[in-house]
Design a protein around this ligand. Sequence first.
Ligand SMILES: Nc1ncnc2c1ncn2[C@@H]1O[C@H](COP(=O)(O)OP(=O)(O)O)[C@@H](O)[C@H]1O
Ligand SMILES: [Mg+2]
Length: 219
Amino acid sequence: MSKNHKYKGWFITFEGPEGSGKSTQSQRLCDYLNKNGRDAIMTFEPGGTPIANQIRSVILSRDNVKMTPCCEMFLYAASRAQHVCEVIIPHIEKGGIVICDRFTDSSLAYQAFAREIGYETVGAVQKIATMGIGPDLTIMLDIPTEIGLERTFKKRNPNKIEKSADRMELENLEFHKKVREGYLKLAALEPERIKVIDAEEEPDAIYNKIIAIVEKKIS
Ligand SMILES: Nc1ncnc2c1ncn2[C@@H]1O[C@H](COP(=O)(O)OP(=O)(O)O)[C@@H](O)[C@H]1O
Ligand SMILES: [Mg+2]
């Protein structure tokens, strides 16, 4: 099986718009793998280490509405550089499985496509930030924008929605639609690595599809 790094383990990412079920399904996959005797860890971006979590708060703070697309791109990349070295590489190096909720495809969908920085530029920055490693498999949960956003805000206390939304979630519908389109362009460019799943289905149906795809990849 082809790998996107030189290490023994596996690196699997979850991608998709807000509310597509990434956090739900990545946790379920991690539990499944550990129950079946694999050494899997679950992590997320932006964040995943103390330093990266501090960068995360800068990125997502609603106070930072003046942040430029370029600054945003580099902050995500800075957080990723720390996360890759501190968490991802050490675990795949010892043969484990890393499951990561968002990774480079998020930067491409959000900053390259939706913020319109461009695929080449954002792609070049990813090469530096990741030390050249990439996911072996990416589960892309695709959902119509309105449904994803509705799910995102429904899980919060309805009285606190306005206060709890982060800087990215607060972007307008048009922005989030460009994110979804960006993701679908990425999937079309790399069909071997990126598997698109219809995230409108029931959680159990989605889970079963993910298990089948992952088992085929790693066994
Ligand atoms: N397949 C699904 N159908 C309906 N609701 C879902 C589904 N998957 C997740 N949810 C719910 O939608 C909300 C967002 O899911 P979450 O996993 O946090 O998405 P993400 O991490 O992609 O933003 C949560 O309240 C979750 O329980
Ligand atoms: Mg999530």
